[in-house]
Write a protein that binds this ligand. Sequence first.
Ligand SMILES: [Zn+2]
Length: 62
Amino acid sequence: MAIPHPDPPGRRPTAPGDDAPPGTPATGENVCRTCRGTGRVEGRRCEDCGGSGIVTEGIGGA
Ligand SMILES: [Zn+2]
């Protein structure tokens, strides 16, 4: 599932926990399950969402 994709200019960088780049159809932003939206895990930046607390995931189907 790890598909390399460039960071779209003008948007926040994609995070390792993202299923798709922001703005991709049929995806939406979700609270990161790893850090529960805090952006931090055990005092360190959450690697799944890149510290944003938000990940982009596919909606339905997938
Ligand atoms: Zn996170």
